[in-house]
Design a protein around this ligand. Structure first.
Ligand SMILES: [Zn+2]
Length: 137
């Protein structure tokens, strides 16, 4: 009995909820320390530089450089099966200097190269979660 299976969509909570809530309009936002201006990602309660607990959520251009990747040949979630093999990438954001994990779009796996300029694509899945992808600029 074949059945179509979609990708699992998590229900974020805590600081993850805040991250996804701010991205639901299609624009990544990152928390920036109100005291020293350092960006955080993944979000955290205290600034890693000055320990302040106050931050603003700041919209990002979504632009960065490919920092690393891995190619997935097997899946844990059957919803990703149609995309195998696919790359999960880590992109260092140009302005914020934080690293973000996402899926790869618009580039053959053989053409992956550290330092490629990338831009985020945010794809809402429901009201509380987004899938983050990156494609070459
Ligand atoms: Zn700080």
């Amino acid at each position: 009995m074949a059945e179509s299976v979609g990708k699992y969509v998590p229900t974020p909570d805590g600081l993850n909820y805040d991250f996804y809530k701010h991205a639901i309009d299609g624009v990544l936002h990152f928390p920036r320390c109100k005291k020293c201006g350092t960006y955080h990602h993944p979000p955290r309660f205290l600034c890693g530089k000055c320990a302040s607990s106050e931050h603003d959520w700041v919209p990002s251009s979504g632009e960065g450089k490919l920092f690393s990747w891995t190619v997935n040949h097997r899946v844990f979630d059957p919803g990703w099966m149609p995309e195998v093999p696919y790359a999960t990438v880590v992109v260092e954001m140009d302005e914020e200097k934080v690293r973000v994990v996402g899926g790869l779009r618009g580039l053959d796996l053989a053409d992956l190269k550290i330092g490629i300029p990338m831009v985020a694509e945010v794809e809402p899945a429901g009201d509380e979660f987004v899938f983050v992808y990156f494609r070459p600029v």
